[in-house]
Design a protein around this ligand. Sequence first.
Ligand code: HEC
Length: 177
Amino acid sequence: MKKLFAAFSVFVIAGCNAKGNNTNIEVIQNMMDQVTIKSQDWDPKEGDKVQMRTPPPGTVPRGFTPYKYATDPAAAWRQQNPLAGNSSEEVLDLGRKQYGIYCAVCHGDKGDSIAPVVEKMLVKPRNLIMADAKAYSDGRIYHAITAGIGLMGAYAGQIPDEKARWAIVNYVRTLQR
Ligand code: HEC
């Protein structure tokens, strides 16, 4: 037991280092010094660059489709809804859930923009069930969700799945009925 304690003490003491900024004495080193560079670390060859790079311009992550209409609302409003006329339970459930999470807080559970935060807002959220909104194209509602409009922020970050965004559009249509 004493031997074990002595051996343990050596490790503990070896781990300490009185001189502030020096690294600890490493007893078993083979796992600590590696040729790979940690993602947040400096690249020793490039000095001023961190290992984690920004992607080259013009590249997109796999499985990600950039939104083509961010700066072209007119074209965005003409987009076809891939779920047009689909009022299946699956789609409406998805839309209802996402609407409840992301939209109802401002536009109200019924789409009438009656919600607790609305009275504090200077620019009121659009009433989504009035006649004007009924005349919006599906693409216009989708564009508002994806790119935002005026004081309303974009929700593409929170709702990255395009299908879920179109499902919200379909759900808004059911509220309008
Ligand atoms: C933080 C509050 C807020 C949230 C959350 C919000 N909106 Fe809005 N929305 C607004 C405001 C405010 C406007 C009016 C913007 C303006 O006129 O400047 C608006 C406008 C709209 C419009 C009108 C777009 C147009 O082209 O005129 C639609 C459609 C819409 N919102 C749908 C949604 C949907 C769907 C969601 C959920 C994904 C959502 N909003 C979430 C505040 C919000």
